[in-house]
Design a protein around this ligand. Structure first.
Ligand code: GLC
Length: 428
């Protein structure tokens, strides 16, 4: 491949971020997702940082304009009105400026902030931004523990599939079956007007998603009441592994920006999470699983989130080797890694959202974890796979693991960001 075409592709990825820029923040893609999304923005900030550091810091600061006083960073910040998305601010009914949703998403932000700082060329800007950010990140991590693990089990609870970022993963099927399909809110889906309904969550999934929002709004968005009232409560292995990684990155930031007491506090949370995540290892499946906190039972479905303890630095060397073998076994059934669901599982659907397709952000985290665990070969393979998927399938929302086709929405910010990160690392 010529330098010229590599440059063109990099320029196209940058142009996608610029096109999705709404003034200091990126929408995930035009139309389908017209606001700022929490974990998307963390990846997007790292993508911006490869060519525009001030804009990268702005992405994070814009997201934090949605942070609540108690530390919650909402999953959506509604900076500007749009009719293209349901449920909008009128359904959430949260009194915050700017308006926000009332649930969260996997906390990648401290990890992104640390990467921006450590790779910064403009040190003065990075130091100044980080000094502002550090207390906000600390407040957020305290929120996770107080709101979602008040009993100090070492695992935070997720109360809505949207909080996992993996909306309709088969890992939620059994737990979601308990959630009634009745809603107070009138459902007016907009997503199926933008994307083929066969790829999107089904109607009854949506009714349950909205039922949960109705329950939380009825609880006045108070964390303790939400935790008590939610008919869906899981310890998501993805969220917990990502939070553990974020805590490790926050601890590194606290060396420079925090106090000794804060470092001790963060280190204690890390120790608790590390031990608790170990209990989610499933030797039979060869990866980590989620825990249904209502049924008090492990969720024995292999999903790509089950590999994320690698990224969280929570897996032992033996577990890392077993997980590499599990990925190789999955690769016998699909052409491309890493499908979001075990391709041997009956729930595997290669085209339907989180039930099979490959997501670039998840691959990026898994590759990072494999590299850290010493498996440079498989890490390089997954990075190379992801890059080739994007080069052939475009900056798509996700990819079909059977044929590598780009599917879902087009011109996605976080796919562009991952492309920039993969090619930047290759260059460096
Ligand atoms: C979908 C995805 C979620 C993502 C959002 C915006 O809801 O499941 O992970 O953050 O779209 O891209």
């Amino acid at each position: 491949m010529s330098d010229h075409s590599d440059q063109t592709r990099t320029e196209r990825a940058r142009a996608t971020l610029r096109a999705n820029d709404r003034g200091g923040y990126c929408v995930p893609t035009a139309r389908l997702y017209p606001f700022q999304w929490n974990w998307d923005s963390a990846f997007v900030a790292m993508g911006w940082a490869t060519f525009d550091e001030p804009r990268a810091w702005d992405e994070i600061l814009s997201l934090l304009r949605g942070q609540w006083d108690d530390g919650l960073i909402p999953h959506i910040v509604f900076h500007a009105p749009s009719d293209d998305y349901f449920p909008g601010p009128d359904v959430w009914q949260i009194h915050h400026t700017p308006p926000t949703s009332g649930i969260t998403q996997p906390p990648v932000l401290a990890t992104a902030a640390r990467q921006l700082l450590e790779r910064a060329k403009d040190h003065a800007l990075a130091e100044a931004r980080m000094a502002t950010l550090y207390p906000r990140l600390l407040l957020n991590h305290r929120w996770w523990q107080q709101a979602r693990d008040p009993a100090r089990t070492g695992l935070v609870a997720t109360l809505h599939p949207w909080e996992t970022g993996m909306d309709n993963s088969p890992a939620w099927d059994a737990a979601m079956a308990r959630v009634p399909t009745t809603t107070e809110t009138v459902i007016r889906r907009r997503d199926t007007a933008h994307v083929d309904p066969a790829m999107r969550p089904r109607a009854e999934d949506y009714q349950r998603f909205i039922h949960l929002v109705d329950v939380f709004r009825g609880a006045g968005w108070a964390p303790d009441r939400m935790l008590a009232a939610s008919p869906f409560k899981v310890a998501d292995i993805g969220t917990n592994a990502i939070l553990l990684r974020a805590e490790r990155d926050l601890l590194a930031l606290a060396e420079r920006f925090g106090s000794a007491a804060e470092r001790a506090e963060i280190a204690a949370r890390i120790a608790g999470m590390q031990a608790a995540i170990q209990r989610l290892w499933d030797p039979g499946l060869g990866l980590f699983t989620c825990l249904d906190l209502i049924g008090n039972a492990p969720v024995r479905v292999g999903t790509s989130a089950g590999f994320l303890p690698l990224y969280g630095r929570a897996a032992t060397a033996e577990q890392a080797a077993v997980m590499a073998g599990t990925m190789q076994a999955w690769a016998q059934r699909v052409a491309w890694l890493v499908p979001s669901t075990d391709p041997a599982h009956p729930s595997f659907e290669p085209l339907r959202y989180w039930r099979g397709p490959i997501w670039a952000v998840v691959n990026w985290m898994i590759a990072d974890g494999l590299a850290q665990a010493g498996n440079a070969g498989l890490a390089a393979h997954i990075r190379d796979t992801t890059r080739r998927l994007i080069e052939a399938g475009g900056l798509s929302e996700y990819f079909d693991p059977t044929d590598g086709r780009g599917v879902g929405g087009a011109d996605f910010s976080w796919t562009a960001a991952i492309y920039l990160l993969l090619t930047d690392a290759a260059a460096g």
